[in-house]
Design a protein around this ligand. Structure first.
Ligand SMILES: Cc1cc2nc3c(=O)[nH]c(=O)nc-3n(C[C@H](O)[C@H](O)[C@H](O)COP(=O)(O)OP(=O)(O)OC[C@H]3O[C@@H](n4cnc5c(N)ncnc54)[C@H](O)[C@@H]3O)c2cc1C
Length: 346
């Protein structure tokens, strides 16, 4: 098989690269570990926010997909930093994460000039210093004039949950191990990113009456290509905020030695600040029951499950009786270039 361009990976970056390449009239192949998991939102169900909101709008101006798919799947829209000047204001759309990836996948599947291939890329094939294609772990070889690598958090990824470590790209996905050796053999320096995600809470176990409701604004489309009426395209959902008590702060202060970040992850400093807060997003993600993405995990601490869940009186008022649906893991991934860290966004 021969193409103009091969894209490795179909996360947010790979989907944009594949669509951009095919829409420019280049024959394009996009190879990813699982086509069903293309464009999955790894962590919080948000598109946009400070810094990334501008990026999404720039992509949109160039014909990109993220803003349009966020409009199609959005359930809560806000303009952040509204009290400040326009340069720092940013749109953030909370999405139904399944609807978001399904929308991007349907756009990928119907894009002419784009061939979607499921498989793991093991090697970048290079001749005279120029990428000529890729070879997959199963032996398939695909030739191309250019190769774009967008492998996200998957290369030789390690997942941490409190003191426990596993191999995996993110919750529910295997890691990709072979490609790192090929990149190293090409003389590229590999660094590591670190990122994290909080526990998902069962919606029915939260005391919503003790949380402050944060409704959506009257939404306007994120994408300049989405018609203004009818809009929004989905029923809007509320966000809720609750605040930690002094006891919650003490719990965190007393447990740094049990934190994932205490010695087990080498990194250049902590990405997430020591602030604690809890905002919940209704997000149907686990076994059909509404589960909530709780920003309280972004403390920089990553305490083990028991430290988070045992002492109810030390939790934020709205979450005293909260139970945990899923305990996703903090990931680490090598990536090309200098070591940097990424984390949860709001
Ligand atoms: C637990 C967790 C929490 C996160 N939280 C946030 C957050 O709050 N905010 C934020 O901005 N970012 C967060 N991230 C980072 C998140 O990964 C990126 O923001 C975003 O997903 C990056 O998009 P991407 O397209 O670069 O990579 P990804 O979305 O990771 O996609 C990579 C793609 O490459 C494919 N792939 C990898 N290796 C191969 C191979 N060898 N062959 C074929 N296909 C391959 C995978 O199957 C996947 O489709 C988080 C990540 C994780 C794991």
């Amino acid at each position: 098989m021969t193409f103009d361009v091969v894209i490795v990976g179909l996360g947010h970056a790979g989907a944009e690269a594949a669509l951009a390449s095919a829409r420019m009239g280049l024959s394009t192949a996009a190879i990813t570990l699982s086509l069903e998991r293309a464009a999955v939102m790894s962590c919080n169900p948000a598109i946009g926010g400070t810094a990334k909101g501008h990026l999404v709008r720039e992509l949109d101006a160039l014909g990109g997909q993220m803003a349009a798919s966020a409009d199609a799947a959005g359930t809560h829209f806000v303009t952040l930093n509204r009290s400040k000047g326009p340069a720092v204001q940013a749109t953030r759309v909370l999405c139904d994460r399944n609807a978001y990836s399904a929308h991007v996948q349907s756009v990928l599947a119907t894009q002419s000039g784009l061939t979607l291939i499921q498989g793991e890329v093991a090697t970048i094939e290079v001749e005279d210093g120029i990428a000529r294609g890729v070879r997959l772990v199963d032996g398939r070889s695909i030739q191309a004039k250019a190769v774009v690598v967008t492998t996200g958090t998957f290369l030789q990824a390690i997942l941490h949950r409190g003191p426990v470590q596993d191999v995996g790209g993110r919750l529910g996905d295997a890691a990709a191990s072979a490609l790192s050796a090929s990149l190293r053999a090409l003389g590229l320096e590999l660094g590591r990113f670190k990122t994290g995600t909080p526990a998902r809470l069962r919606a029915s176990s939260i005391d919503w009456s003790r949380c402050e409701r944060q409704p959506s604004e009257t939404p306007r489309p994120f994408s300049s290509r989405t018609p203004r009426t009818p809009f929004p395209l989905n029923p809007l959902l509320d966000c809720f905020v609750t605040h930690p008590t002094e006891a919650t702060h003490r719990l965190v202060r007393e447990n740094p030695h049990r934190s994932t970040l205490s010695g087990r992850i080498e990194g250049r400093g902590r990405r997430n600040g020591p602030s604690l807060f809890l905002s919940c997003v209704l997000d149907v993600e686990v076994s059909g029951e509404a589960s909530c993405w709780a920003a309280w995990g972004c403390t920089g601490q990553r305490l083990p499950r028991r430290a988070h869940l045992k002492p109810p009186r030390r939790r934020s008022p709205g979450s005293r009786r909260a139970s945990c649906d899923a305990w996703p893991r903090v990931g680490r991934c090598p990536s090309v270039g200098a070591s940097r860290s990424a984390g949860c966004s709001r």
